[in-house]
Ligand binder design. Sequence first.
Ligand code: 3HC
Length: 311
Amino acid sequence: DMSEEQRQFDEKISADQKVEPQDWMPEAYRKTLVRQISQHAHSEIIGMLPEGNWITRAPSLKRKSILLAKVQDEGGHGLYLYSAAETLGVSRDQLVDALHAGKAKYSSIFNYPTPTWADIGVIGWLVDGAAIMNQIPLCRCTYGPYARAMIRICKEESFHQRQGFDALLAMMAGSDEQRRMVQEAVNRWWWPVLMMFGPSDADSVNSAQTMKWGIKRISNDDLRQRFVDAAVEQGKVLGVTFPDPDLKWNEARGHHDYGTINWDEFWSVLAGDGPCNAERLGTRVKAHEDGAWVRDAALAYANKDRTRRAA
Ligand code: 3HC
């Protein structure tokens, strides 16, 4: 028969109450949260790289300072999410070591290159747009620390999306060359952004269980559909097209139909064979190694300071 703790946990979940770090929880619930929250944190940190390489090349001081603020926000989101993961009994070092050893996943989307300034606007508009779509339901996640982190992060994400759309609007009001640059960036990012929402529901190994536990609230395909419906309308305002001949409004469904996603590409990017996987991970490992002396010095100072205070 079921243990009293399991019964109480099940009651909490079905009453849609929050599970807090000190509460009893099934080991599988804890493990899947460590998996998802750490991957989310890794995504934020790796996500700083594609945009970071445009900070020194932004076209104006205004765009430079906005991009600087956004990349700093992503770093903060990462640290916030590592802290949420640590409430589940894992250390940040363990999580970061797993990432650097190629054992932990991060969002596939950050393994694509950013060859032009328009890519930065498209990342803000579509990548952060998809991230918001995915993160708003997570504000209602049953695990307290994760839900609270999401509420704080979603506030900053809406600024990220608006600044990207605004940068693209400026370019669309510019020269033909700028309009072409925006359209080419949309063509490059559209399909990889749809892959951000994960495999189709039929191929999603975690969804059934995480939806029962109130971690995932809306399925991969339903979120993807919401995103497509919203992006098509925004694309009309911007004056861009999408690289999908099957993308069209389906009155009967009340949604846009769209073409088939290249799942071979998705799974190969997850396996580490995307355009920038090696470069992204290599950059992170180098930054971590080059920063070791700072961490050691800070720890040495903290220990000395603690001994001095204790004396
Ligand atoms: N990139 C990398 N891995 C992915 C993926 C993607 N886009 N989509 C799915 N996967 C992985 C899953 O992690 C899982 O592998 P695992 O069991 O080894 O972890 C496998 O593919 C099967 O997918 P599932 O649908 O079964 O997995 P989930 O139930 O975990 O759903 C998810 C995937 C929707 C991404 C979910 O994990 C999630 O909501 N994560 C939190 C949100 C997140 O990580 N967002 C990243 C967006 S980028 C970002 O936030 C930065 C922004 O500020 C720009």
